[in-house]
Each structure stands twice: as C-alpha cells, then as structure tokens.
Design a protein around this ligand. Sequence first.
Ligand SMILES: [Fe+2]
Length: 324
Amino acid sequence: MDRRTFITSASLGALAIGRFPSSGNNAKVIQRDFSLTGPRFRYTVPGLARPGNVLFISDTHLWRTDEREDAYRQYSDRMAGAYNQTQHVITHEHTTPEESFEASLAYGREKGVDLVVLGGDIFSFPSEAAIEWTVARLEAAGLPYVYTAGNHDWHYEGMASPVAELREKWSARRLRPLYRGDDPLMSYRDVNGVRFIVLDNSTYEITPEQLEFFRIHVRSGGPCFLVVHIPLYTPGRPVSFGCGHPEWGAASDRNHEIERRERWPEGGHTSTTLAFHEAVFDTPNLLGILAGHTHTASLDLFRGIPQVVASPNASGGYIHLELV
Ligand SMILES: [Fe+2]
C-alpha cells in the first residue's frame, strides 16, 4: 500500500522515516532511509563513497530592476511589488529576497556544500539587473551550481504568447548566463556518485525529450534525485502540485487572469507528462524529489519515494540535503 505523509513548515521537526516497500515493481528498490529536521534532509545512501552536501534554493523571487526594465514595466510591475519585504521563516523578522539569497549562499560556503541547486522562481521576472546581481553573487560564492527555471523566471505577464514560447525566448535572451552551457530544459550533476537529474517543468508539462532524458539517466541503476520546480502530483494534493495532477487543466486554472498568461489546456496534461509522472514513481533507484513552487515546506511520501518541497528562499528557506 502506498504511504504518504505531508507536513508543513510549522510541524517540520525531528521526523524520521524508515524504509518503505515499492509499489509492485520487481526491480530492486534502493534503500530509502532519511530524516527531515526543519530544512535538513539527511539521507543515508547505500554504498556512498563519501558524505556530500547539496543546498537546494527556490522561490527567492528577486525583483531588482534598473532603466533597462523601463520598456517592460507593464509586464513586470505586479511581480516587482510582490516580494519587496518578506518575513523570515525561522526568525519571523523582516528580511528581503536579496538578503535571504546572500545568507543562503553564506550558509552554503560555511558548510562547504558540493552543489547549489537553484530550483526555480529565483526571479519574479527576467530582469537583467536581477540576473546580473545573482550571477555576480554566485561567482563570488565560488560554489558549483545548477539552475532550472520556475514559472516566474521567464514570465512577463501579459505577453501574448504560449508559455513554452515565452520560456524559450526569455531563457535564451536573459537567463542564459545561469545555464552556463547546459540545456535549459534538462541537465544533471553528480555528487559523490549520486546523480541529480534537473528538469524544467515550469510550464507544468514535460516534453518527450525530457522524458527520454530522465529514462536514460535512471537506467544506470545508481542512486538518483529528481529536481523540478513544480512538485509532482501526489494523491489528495491541490493542482499547485500540478505536474501530473489529474484535475490540472482549464477548469482548475484560477490564476491565468491575474498572471495574464495563457490558460491551462482544456484537455489537461499531455500523455507525455502523465507518462513521466508514472515513470518517476516507478523508478526503483530514485532516492527522492526536490521541488519548490508552493511556498510551503512539505514532505510527501508516494509509492515509497519522498518529495520534499522547500520553504521559499524569499523568506530565508532552503533544503540542506546531507548525503551520508
Ligand atoms: Fe514562487
């Protein structure tokens, strides 16, 4: 039987969960032993050569602009005002996205993390000033990083194009420095023998090429994590856990008017996205999923695979994944 647990940021603490059975897949299921204590996700990885540390950051919602943005303010004004000041998830003191981002990188340096994963919505819109500021901070930190976009990073509200076209256009024009040669839609990094498969699902959909990429990278049988911005659907969750949600579609799209974007499709998800969802939760060597998007820390356990969603980095949130 599938087991599923979810907790909010208010109740994250000293949770320890042991091994769970697979959902009938006959392949050998990798041992999944982990604990989650606040932002610290400690995972015992069988056969790990040496310990590793990964810092996952999402939903910083940086919004810095300069005169280069003037021509685009009709498309970015709403989001530019959305996260000017935030409240820290732990101290409850006032903070800002920039302060939180810098504090997170300082934490990463202090811990000597092997990889920083930037999991989307690092920006509220593709402002050149914000992107330059971020790249400079990342270079100064000197930590290896990988970036994937969220649904806001490339979005100028009110631009009348399909979301996949907006993503392609603004990823190429503005976000490119963050990819450093990676394919914006799919990449991977290895940390001490653990593979992090990073896929852009910021349109809520997965392309056939991404599905194939996922299949190729898990085929080795080695331990893997999946990184996406939008969490994958688990039973009982709302459409914000929208990647693979059976109710995702035009009828459940409450925000297309306020976000001034293309409405979700009448027919719901593509068959590829649904096949991807099935493939992920049927992967015996998948240790877990890291995601953002909902702005609420949570843990779901579905078919024995944990999906951890980070608190928003705009409010100081992150996930520190310790591989031991
Ligand atoms: Fe966000």
